[in-house]
Design a protein around this ligand. Structure first.
Ligand SMILES: Cc1cc2nc3c(=O)[nH]c(=O)nc-3n(C[C@H](O)[C@H](O)[C@H](O)COP(=O)(O)O)c2cc1C
Length: 318
């Protein structure tokens, strides 16, 4: 079986379409994430732009500094999948396959989480994925469609077909993001298969990360929304897992890191002002007295406006 790269941390940054842009992923990497994953990309879009092979980062934006990095794909046409994998594989360390997105725009195309109910097709897909590259193939799944009753069958097929690792977000498709991520299912999955399991869902603090590892025995944890709001979570999780304590992050450090994010974001023309503003909102949330700043962020018209507001806020810090 293809071997996974060595991860420097047990905490991974989750793929989040419209959120985990390459600048944010690089910040998370620098702050200690063990693995970053691109948001999902449609296999048909990759195959239709075969020429992207020459400079793939123009289409799937990433930088080699993010390594180890996984590219996440979705789509269920087996032949097209194989073509897409052959195009992307050499540029990434891992090919991750999305079986978790609950959005009807993808499930109606028999992709992502809809596949949880199609074990025969899933076996063909896994076989095709694994046989088209020497790079490790990983999957990201939910627990089921309306009940948590599909993940075990899918995970068993995954192990049989040579999938190298499973990220498990134990909510059903019907739940979307409501309710709680049921970590007891991660424990069940960990007992069932011997390939590494990445537990995911509702980790907000270093203590949560430790608790998920303790309660479920998962090999790694993946953090999404909380890390997008506070990329320092990776530093803190790493410190906590190692020493049982972690440092608070000062507002100054948060603002300085946001400026670093801006510098990285400038290299990617597709990162829109709305995205940058969202990250500005997120980064400022951990800063004391930043409510007013967020109010002002609602009216900004340019990145320069955001920079001016953050400079002003930085100067106001004691
Ligand atoms: C805005 C948004 C976009 C997401 N996009 C993706 C995606 O492209 N691929 C994927 O596998 N999961 C995606 N997810 C799910 C996350 O990777 C993760 O499984 C989920 O947010 C639960 O983890 P958390 O509680 O740590 O946020 C997305 C989640 C959010 C909130």
């Amino acid at each position: 079986m293809a071997t996974l790269p060595k991860f420097k941390s047990k905490a991974f940054f989750a793929p989040m379409a419209g959120v985990s842009d390459p600048a944010l992923r690089l910040i998370c990497k620098e702050l200690g994430a063990g693995l970053v994953v691109t948001p999902f990309t449609n296999i048909h879009a990759i195959v239709a732009r075969k020429e992207i092979d020459k400079d793939i980062s123009k289409f799937i934006e990433f930088s080699p500094k993010e390594k180890p990095i996984a590219v996440q794909l979705f789509g269920s046409d087996v032949k097209e999948l194989q073509k897409a994998v052959k195009i992307v594989a050499k540029h990434f360390d891992i090919i991750d396959y999305n079986m978790g997105c609950p959005s009807s725009t993808v499930t109606e195309q028999m992709a992502c989480s809809a596949l949880l109910q199609e074990p025969e097709l899933v076996r063909k897909i896994f076989h095709a994925l694994v046989s088209s590259t020497k790079k490790p193939i990983t999957i990201k799944i939910r627990s089921g469609i309306d009940k948590p009753n599909k993940f075990k069958q899918i995970a068993t097929i995954a192990e049989e077909e040579g999938i190298a690792m499973i990220t498990f977000h134990p909510r059903t498709v019907k739940q979307g993001y409501a309710g709680k991520s049921d970590w007891s299912l991660i424990k069940e999955l960990k007992k069932l298969v011997s390939i590494p399991i990445v537990g995911n869902g509702d980790i907000r603090t270093p203590e949560d990360a430790q608790r998920m590892i303790n309660e479920t025995g998962c090999d790694y944890v993946m953090v999404g929304r909380a890390a997008a709001q506070n990329p320092f979570l990776f530093t803190q999780i790493n410190e906590y897992l190692e020493n049982g304590t972690y440092k608070e992050i000062s507002s100054q450090e948060r603002i300085t890191t946001f400026f670093k994010y801006l510098k990285y974001a400038e290299k990617y023309p597709t990162i829109k002002l709305s995205n940058i503003r969202m990250q500005a909102m997120n980064f400022s949330k951990g800063c004391k007295g930043s409510k007013k700043l967020r109010g002002k962020l609602l009216t900004v018209k340019s990145v320069d406006d955001i920079k001016a507001l953050f400079n002003e806020f930085y100067d106001s810090l004691e």
